[in-house]
Write a protein that binds this ligand. Structure first.
Ligand code: GDP
Length: 358
């Protein structure tokens, strides 16, 4: 499954945030397929629709979709030159499908900043520069071999021209996720670069920061179109220790609508290119994970591999229609339950029953 790597400079609150994520980790009993490892946090994707379905169908269980986070050792200046933890950091980050970059935006004089000052945009630049330098090295290492293979007609010339174009972008100090849009994504993927990954920026801030709309707007604009999340990692780690109703009360008292961890799970899931569809019944109400753009047979295959092969039709009602009409029977009676075939592209909020030939 896809994972988001938590990365950033030392002492910015990564461990604090990651510990909160592991405390929020879903119970393994519902997820027998998930091997829980110490450096992986698997958190539920918040979805209030599931509670509504659970009530409507009197479901015995509620099973949300999940988002996986992996802890990545702190990056340091010079990582691309293989200093200290640099090599391990780069190896770990290569395996993540998206990067959540944590930066420090809290001003606690008791916590030392590696560069002696709190400046999140400067931190982002430091880390991004290391990733760009590492990608330049990776491409420079591969290019001579690729050129030989083109000469020997083993690979298409497009591979080398793509590598060279990517290198030119990186040498201007730009990332490929922001500026490599014209390059062939399938070829780019083969190079195993880091700046092609999607980024999410977490600004670890304090009460003042959470209330400072101007500061947030400025930082948000600086990282756009990537998503920015403002949270207080220390507060989040306290929040996950509370019972749900206590946590909700505590959150409300700070004027926040959604916890930072919930925001991170939601934005992370979306950034990975994932979406859900829903099933509901007496046994369980459940959200299932698919890729955006997946068709109905693919979705059926997530429930059971045989369902994809044996797919005949999917009976689908939108969550909104189902809630408005109150039951599947009423939805059917009002013609809101559609029969969809194998070319149907799934939409977020589809409530589904599959018909299969097995
Ligand atoms: P890491 O090196 O990035 O993993 O950072 P840590 O999570 O170990 O945090 C470094 C120090 O900053 C620790 O002493 C934390 O208690 C403190 N810290 C982390 N998050 C916050 C925060 O939101 N506010 C404040 N005041 N301190 C924090």
């Amino acid at each position: 499954s896809l994972t988001i790597g938590i990365a950033g400079l030392p002492n910015v609150g990564k461990s604090t945030l990651f510990n909160a994520l592991t405390r929020a980790t879903v119970l393994a009993e519902n997820y027998p397929f998930a091997t829980i490892e110490p450096n992986i946090g698997i958190v539920p994707l918040p979805d209030p629709r599931l509670d509504v379905l659970t009530d409507m169908f009197h479901s015995a269980k509620t099973v949300p979709a999940t988002v996986s986070f992996v802890d990545i050792a702190g990056i340091v200046r010079g990582a691309s030159e293989g200093e200290g933890l640099g090599n391990q950091f780069l190896a770990n980050i290569r395996e993540a499908d998206a990067i959540c970059m944590v930066t420090r935006a809290f001003s606690d004089p008791n916590v030392v900043h590696v560069d002696g000052r709190v400046d999140p945009l400067d931190d982002i630049e430091t880390v991004t520069t290391e990733l760009i330098l590492a990608d330049i090295q990776t491409l420079e290492k591969q290019l001579p071999r690729l050129q030989k293979e083109v000469t020997g007609k083993k690979i298409s010339k497009d591979v080398v021209t793509t590598a060279e174009a990517a290198l030119a972008i990186l040498e201007e100090g730009k990332t490929l996720s922001a500026h490599g849009g014209d390059l062939d994504p399938d070829i780019l993927r083969e190079f195993q670069l880091m700046t092609t990954k999607a980024f999410i920026y977490v600004f670890n801030t304090d009460d003042d920061g959470l209330a400072d709309a101007d500061m947030q707007a400025k930082l948000r604009a600086s990282v756009a179109p990537a998503e920015a999340i403002f949270l207080d990692a220390k507060f989040e780690s306290e929040l996950v220790e509370l019972e749900a109703d206590e946590a909700a009360e505590m959150l409300e008292s700070t004027g926040q609508e959604e916890s930072g961890l919930d925001q991170l799970a939601r934005v992370g899931f979306d950034t990975l290119g994932l979406q859900t569809f829903l099933t509901a019944g007496e046994k369980e109400s459940r959200a299932w994970t698919i890729h955006k753009g997946d068709t109905a047979p693919k979705a059926a295959g997530v429930i059971h591999t045989d369902f994809e092969r044996g797919f005949i039709k999917a009976e689908i009602v939108s969550y909104e229609d189902l809630v408005e009409l109150g039951s599947l029977a009423e939805a059917r009676a009002h013609g809101k339950m559609r029969m969809e075939g194998k070319d149907y592209v799934m939409e977020d909020g589809d409530v589904v029953e599959f018909r299969s030939g097995i």
